[in-house]
Unconditional design. Structure first.
Length: 633
């Protein structure tokens, strides 16, 4: 009885207070009324108040329409992306955020699975979408009078939309072991339950300035997005320049008085690798990967006051456990206790509750458990099950191995399957293996994590395997972090005496062809300067202008740094997806030259207008501008 009482206390969160709202938009509308002139979203030097966010979301909602069919958007992290997501919710539809760093093939797959009819995007990114994709340009939504211009409504805010807490709020994709990604449907009730629980645990309020460094296509950043906005605080979208640069992030935290940040351990470690980075944060929330005490100490030395370890699968809405890391914590650092509204269980392979201290699978129940997988009934039935403790309730079987300590804290001890985390992203190795086996030349395929990167081991079906070509085709369908850095061709896969795959021997098998500098030397100033930028950022010792960024150690975080540095150096607008579409110095240099030689539409229009002015008219115009406006009109 004593042991059962400890387990119950350790795995049952506090009761959630009664929710006063049914939808995310209703909750946000209350903040628009309460704090209309307070800054809701900040990005670089741009500031958007709650009242302005209300207006912008209204324009989006009117443009999207009200058929409540899911709507996708493809935008770089920005205040506009937040406004679009809220506008889609305001229309009564669920949103799907497409990641600009993913290949078009991945977008196509996600759009098909989600049965998306419209993608809201920018003029620049629209060109990267697959042909025949129905698009709505954000530029047109804001510019034309049809959906309503973005002008402050003098009346009461009209952000609220009727809806049920069970209506889907957003779709978010995770890796799938069958070879197809899975779309998780998260409801308004899920989001409100999570936000209420995490806000109570982290003491979030309107004074918080919460920063996010991740794409809206992942749920890691939703702690900051909803934790800030639904509490009347400020959401700070970290600029591309600061996402991968410790000193730049330090300047942003200091200059913008950022109080809280959510980040993965690997990302934090990269930022703190620079000497003397100081992050005077009141709150650092770390999630997505296992946390180690050395990194915690490093963060504390940098000025962080409070470090919180946050755990939870996408299927349970962002996170379900938190732990305030103490100085006495050692590995493994606990994931802690469940948030309010969360009910957890630890069960063995037979579904029996495990005793105190024993290792079992973590099952999650409560108000934040998502509606399930969209269009995947078999996987849905496997992962989401009836709660054996509460008739009529559902639980999500995480596949994570945990144990409850005698002090009531829960420890995460790894996976019970082949799922892994790569830089905070959940990856089913089975999905990559299925993609490899779909290649005509590949008979068998196994993927493993070696030295923190993915390595693939393949056996030929009789046709010679061109590893580079296989990687190229994988990169057309998979996110960069899921493309193996190496593909090793074997005569046969290593096996134990019982005939099972011997995964331990895989790490010792290496590709015959090393990655090295190939091709010609840089030609022209753009190639030379760009190659120098790559060599400052990438870990590889040697490479040339024709080497693929992702095969010489590049990944999405480093890609952000390269693009940010290139933007600054060449003084051009360069979207993040450029490096994924043009992953060599040679190709990227061509794109930079192309963008540098063609003025954007606004500049072209202005130049054309100036060309029509006489010298006297131009002088009078300049004088009137320099003297300043006569009044607020």
């Amino acid at each position: 009885a004593e042991e059962r009482a400890i387990l119950t206390r350790a795995l049952t969160g506090d009761e959630l207070p009664t929710q006063p709202f049914s939808t995310v938009i209703e909750a946000l509308a209350a903040q628009v009324v309460r704090r209309p002139d307070a800054v809701a979203v900040a990005h670089g030097e741009r500031r958007v108040t709650f009242a302005e966010l209300d207006d912008q979301s209204r324009a989006i909602a009117l443009a999207v329409g009200s058929d409540r069919h899911p709507v996708a958007f493809l935008l770089e992290p920005s205040a506009d992306a937040v406004a679009v997501a809220l506008g889609i919710l305001r229309s009564g539809a669920a949103y799907l955020a497409l990641d600009p760093s993913h290949p078009p093939g991945r977008w196509s797959e996600q759009l098909a699975i989600s049965e998306i009819r419209t993608v809201v995007t920018s003029r620049q990114l629209a060109a990267a979408l697959p042909e025949a994709t129905p698009t709505m340009l954000l530029d047109d939504v804001y510019a034309t009078g049809k959906p309503g211009s973005v002008v402050r409504n003098a009346g009461a805010p009209a952000m609220a939309v009727s809806g049920q807490s069970t209506d889907p709020a957003y779709l978010i994709f995770t890796s799938g072991s069958t070879g197809r990604p899975k779309a998780v449907a998260v409801t308004h009730g899920n989001v409100l339950a999570y936000t209420a629980g995490v806000s109570a645990r982290l003491a979030l309020d309107s004074s918080q300035r919460f920063a996010t460094v991740t794409s809206m296509a992942t749920d890691l950043g939703n702690t900051a997005i909803f934790g800030a906005l639904l509490n009347g605080g400020t959401l700070e979208i970290v600029t591309a320049e600061a996402i991968g640069d410790g000193p730049a992030l330090e300047a942003l935290v200091r200059d913008h008085t950022i109080t809280a940040l959510k980040i993965t351990p690997s990302h934090l470690r990269a930022l703190l690798s620079a000497d003397d980075v100081h992050l005077p944060l009141q709150l650092l929330v770390v999630g997505g990967e296992s946390l180690d005490s050395q990194l915690v100490r490093q963060a504390q030395r940098s000025g962080v006051r409070r470090v919180v370890n946050h755990y939870g699968p996408t299927e349970t809405t962002v996170g379900v456990f938190t732990h305030d890391v103490a100085e006495t914590d050692t590995e493994p650092i606990p994931i802690g206790r469940p948030l309010p509204g969360v009910r957890a269980q630890v069960r063995d392979a037979s579904g029996v509750l495990t005793p105190l201290g024993a290792v079992g699978e973590l099952w999650i129940g409560g108000a934040s458990v998502a509606a399930g997988y969209l269009g995947s009934p078999e996987e849905d039935a496997t992962a989401f099950a009836a709660d054996p403790e509460r008739p009529g309730a559902r639980v999500y079987r995480t596949g994570d191995r945990v144990r409850v300590r005698r002090d009531g804290l829960v420890e995460f001890l790894g996976r019970s399957d082949s799922q892994v985390k790569i830089r905070g992203f959940r990856v089913e190795l089975g999905e990559i293996e299925a993609r490899l086996r779909s290649e005509a030349a590949v008979a068998e395929a196994v993927v493993a994590v070696v030295d923190d990167v993915l390595a693939a081991y393949v056996v030929s079906s009789g046709t010679p395997i061109d590893a580079a070509s296989v990687q190229e085709r994988l990169a057309e369908r998979l996110p960069p972090y899921m493309v193996p850095a190496t593909i090793v061709v074997l005569a046969e896969l290593p096996r134990t005496s019982s005939g099972k795959l011997d995964r331990r021997r895989l790490a010792s098998l290496r590709a015959d062809e090393p990655t090295g500098a190939r091709g010609r030397e840089p030609e022209g100033e753009t190639e030379r300067d760009l190659l120098a930028i790559w060599r400052q950022i990438l870990p590889a010792a040697e490479f040339g202008v024709e080497d693929n960024f992702f095969r010489i150690g590049g990944h999405s975080l480093l890609a952000t740094r390269v693009v940010a540095r290139a933007r600054s150096h060449f003084r051009i607008e360069l979207p993040l997806h450029t490096i994924f579409a043009s992953p060599t110095v040679a190709d990227m240099a061509k794109e930079i030259d192309r963008r540098g030689s063609v003025p954007d539409d606004a500049l072209a229009d202005m130049l054309a207008e100036l060309d029509q002015l006489s010298d006297d008219e131009a002088i009078r115009l300049l004088r009137s501008e320099s003297s300043g406006p006569a009044d607020d009109a």
